[in-house]
Design a binder for this molecule. Structure first.
Ligand SMILES: NC(=O)c1ccc[n+]([C@@H]2O[C@H](COP(=O)([O-])OP(=O)(O)OC[C@H]3O[C@@H](n4cnc5c(N)ncnc54)[C@H](O)[C@@H]3O)[C@@H](O)[C@H]2O)c1
Length: 277
């Protein structure tokens, strides 16, 4: 465990059970941080509704679960595609808890997969919009607040193994996550003078709500059963299993801690050895 007492953290996209956001929020709260859990709250538009989003009631449930274990937590709903919503999220955290020390840019779209030659512009825009532009909005408004406070800060962007390797049928997703690593590096160089570190975490597969949609899609695309697809995945991962939400939460807590104060502009693989570039 790390000591994050007195730190205030925002975790975006943290409104779904079994998601990476939920696990990171619970871990940071257990380490003593006051946490603001964010999610979209309701489905906007009709892009891939079957995949599901973090609904307001589920977000509130997760906030409650943290409070019941003695953590300090609150919830906020807003759309990462909308800069005003993102600026409001930062303001909300500061009004509620007095400051902002940590932003975890986790909200993302990991679906809308399919052949590149058939991809509609609206799907490309949706994926790049949430995964890349939304993180830019988050970094911009969080960094403004952290610079004002003059006590440094931590920004963690949840990228992906698809930030290091390309994936067939996932062109927009791979492009958005590669772009997020570039954004991470540029922001890290610019914000280092303010003692704000900016790092990315690159998980391989984790069976979250989003992850199980990907298992269904990819196993169909490869003409395999889901069981066979998962067995093949385990066989190629040196540690012999896919990631767990806790694996990502541990890496996030480390990067937020004082132990990581000399680490910035990094894109850390958390992949059991599957990805090592
Ligand atoms: N699960 C995996 O295998 C895996 C692997 C690598 C990276 N990731 C990344 O981890 C992050 C979390 O994914 P997860 O697997 O926990 O899935 P998840 O679906 O549980 O979490 C994603 C969250 O983002 C939210 N979101 C989507 N669009 C939004 C918007 N416009 N505004 C606000 N919130 C929005 C969703 O409501 C959802 O709660 C994503 O960025 C994903 O790309 C996941």
């Amino acid at each position: 465990m790390y000591n994050l007492k007195g730190r205030v953290a925002i975790i975006t996209g943290a409104g779904r059970h079994n998601g990476l956001g939920e696990a990171m929020a619970k871990r940071l709260a257990a380490d003593g941080a006051k946490v603001v859990l964010h999610d979209i709250g309701t489905l906007k538009g009709d892009i891939a509704p079957a995949h599901g989003v973090g609904q307001k009631a589920e977000l509130e449930q997760i906030v409650d679960e943290i409070r019941k274990t003695g953590g300090e937590a609150t919830g906020f709903t807003g759309d990462m595609l909308n800069e005003v919503d993102v600026a409001d999220l930062i303001d909300f955290a500061v009004q509620k808890f007095g400051r902002l020390d940590i932003l975890v840019n986790n909200a993302g779209i990991g679906y809308l997969f399919g052949p590149l030659v058939d991809m509609a512009q609206e799907h490309w825009d949706a994926v790049l919009g949430v995964n890349l532009r939304g993180c830019f909005f988050g970094i911009k408004h969080a960094a403004k607040q952290m610079i004002k406070q003059k006590s440094g800060g931590r920004i963690i962007n949840i990228a992906s193994q698809a930030a290091k390797s390309g994936f067939a049928q996932a062109a927009a997703y791979s492009a958005s996550k590669h772009g997020l690593v570039g954004l991470t590096r540029a922001a890290a160089l610019e914000l280092a003078v303010h003692k704000i570190t900016v790092n990315a975490i690159c998980p391989n597969h984790v069976t979250t709500g989003l992850g199980s949609w990907q298992n269904d899609f990819m196993s169909r695309a490869q003409n395999k059963s889901v069981d066979q697809y998962l067995a093949d995945m385990r066989a190629r991962i040196p540690i012999g299993r896919p990631g767990l939400t806790e694996d990502i939460a541990k890496a996030c807590a480390f990067l937020c801690s004082d132990q990581a104060d000399y680490i910035t502009a990094e894109a850390m693989n958390v992949s059991g050895g599957e990805e090592y570039h």
